[in-house]
Design a protein around this ligand. Structure first.
Ligand SMILES: *Cc1c(COP(=O)(O)O)cnc(C)c1O
Length: 446
């Protein structure tokens, strides 16, 4: 689990950091080492009670371990503990954040855009919908019925009406249903999810954009989970074309702490038109202007933000640039291929049926049974049996009509079916599929 070289690298990075402060009169805050050790050992012992998120046999929820460079850079920066609210608190890390934002926007072909890091995707989506509401006051928000659950709640917080849009058999927002909603009037913004959290389904952005443009509706893309996949080379053509028009949307959310190898606390909001910066205007007596430019605290709803997140992301992006054909992109391809391979193995098995076709790296599958409630009970039992063999999966409640699209003979005696779900986010997952399948087959046979 722990590579000793990482600790050594942290030590080296810290020594270099300290050199920058050597001219100061000697001052090192002291501490009670034995007591510290006692409490730390207690904390580490408590932390043993976790699923092994870093291990390829954790193939459940959307949890990807941070890259070593992110972990080390984050830890190193804590000896300064910069606050990326204003430049005074983050002389070095605010410029690093700006470089990160430039590179993230460049993934979508943007230049001169406005954006910043956030605590996560929820905060980033809140900012996007807040701006949307300011630009189209009183107009409705549309999002997929399978969009992240927070969109409805964010709309509620912002006192904006929210209308869910039904999905097709592969979990994608239905364009005809959007057209129908626009026909009813008063739609201000469509939230298009590229990679929804449940199924990894990619909403048909290329077909939604012309409709939105025709009716003066804003398009916000929630790509918190799926935002990096445009770099991959193995997307299916029908998915690729939606990624290819990301440059034309109004705002994008991407979470570096989902697929971007970052520790938690790192989301990102990007606006194509930097003029939205004027909407953030505030007049704080505590925030000092140390530059003529809009500083990050002026274009963020959050005040204090971890400069450590920017340092970690910057180091990661230096080491693994966001380029198509690069190493980072190659890892995303491994995840795409792992999902397809896994789906095929499940299709070939007698115990399981994969449901939707994986567009990214999420595979949802049913445990074969005659009726919906038996199917749910079997999924639950297999989930627990697999965990006892150190294979960790996730469960998801699939609406009965989505399940029946693939399992037409399933007796629909309940409104939703509990199914198994795997997010194959780690580049190593592909090599572990054989082992994973062996455990799954044993669980199905038991
Ligand atoms: C994870 C996720 C969110 C929420 O992001 P947090 O970082 O958990 O706050 C929003 N939308 C999508 C599509 C997500 O996958």
């Amino acid at each position: 689990m722990i590579n000793a070289a990482e600790i050594e690298l942290l030590q080296k990075a810290l020594s270099t950091l300290a050199e920058g402060f050597e001219h100061l009169p000697e001052f090192t805050p002291g501490f009670d080492e034995p007591r510290l050790e006692e409490v730390l050992i207690e904390a580490a012992t408590r932390m043993q009670d976790n699923y092994p998120y870093y291990h390829p046999q954790y193939a459940g929820q959307m949890l990807k371990p941070p890259h070593a460079i992110a972990r080390i850079a984050y830890a190193m920066s804590l000896w300064v503990n910069p606050n990326n609210h204003a430049l005074d608190g983050s002389r070095a890390s605010s410029p690093l954040e700006k470089e990160c934002i430039e590179a993230l926007g460049a993934m979508y072909g943007w230049q001169g855009h406005l954006g910043h890091l956030t605590g996560g995707g929820t905060m980033a989506n809140l900012e996007a919908l807040w701006i949307a509401g300011r630009l189209h006051p009183g107009r409705r928000i549309l999002a997929s019925a399978q969009a992240h659950y927070t969109h409805q709640r964010i709309s509620d917080v912002l006192a904006l009406d929210f209308s869910p849009v039904p999905v097709d058999a592969n979990g994608r927002m239905q364009v005809e249903a959007i057209a129908e909603q626009i026909g009813k009037g008063n739609v201000g913004t469509i939230v298009v999810t590229l990679g929804n959290t449940g199924y990894g389904a990619v909403d048909p952005l290329a077909d939604i954009l012309p409709l939105a443009q025709q009716h003066g509706v804003r398009v916000h893309v929630d790509a918190a989970y799926g935002g990096y996949f445009g770099l991959a080379s193995r997307l299916a053509d029908d998915v690729r074309r939606h990624y290819d028009c990301l440059g034309d949307v109004d705002s994008i959310v991407v979470d570096p702490h989902k697929h971007g190898l970052q520790p938690y606390g790192c989301g990102c909001i990007l606006f194509r038109d930097p003029a939205v910066g004027r909407i953030y205007q505030h007049d704080s007596p505590y925030t000092y202007f140390s530059s003529a430019e809009l500083h990050l605290g002026e274009i963020s709803l959050e005040c204090s933000r971890a400069g450590a997140s920017a340092v970690a992301l910057w180091a990661t992006q230096q080491y693994l640039p966001l380029t198509a054909g690069g190493e980072f992109a190659g890892w995303l391809d491994e995840s795409l291929l792992a999902a397809r391979d896994f789906r095929q193995r499940l299709e070939d098995s007698s115990g399981y049926t994969p449901l939707l076709h994986p567009e990214l790296d999420i595979v949802v599958f049913a445990a074969n049974a005659g009726s919906a409630d038996e199917c749910s009970a079997r999924a639950q039992a297999i989930f627990e049996a697999a965990a006892r063999q150190d294979l960790h999966l996730a469960l998801i409640k699939v609406p009965i009509e989505l399940a029946r699209a693939k399992l037409p003979h399933l007796d629909p005696n309940t409104g939703a079916v509990t199914c198994l779900r795997s997010v194959l986010m780690k580049p190593e997952h592909r090599d572990w599929l054989e082992k994973i399948m062996r455990i799954l087959e044993a669980c199905a046979a038991a």
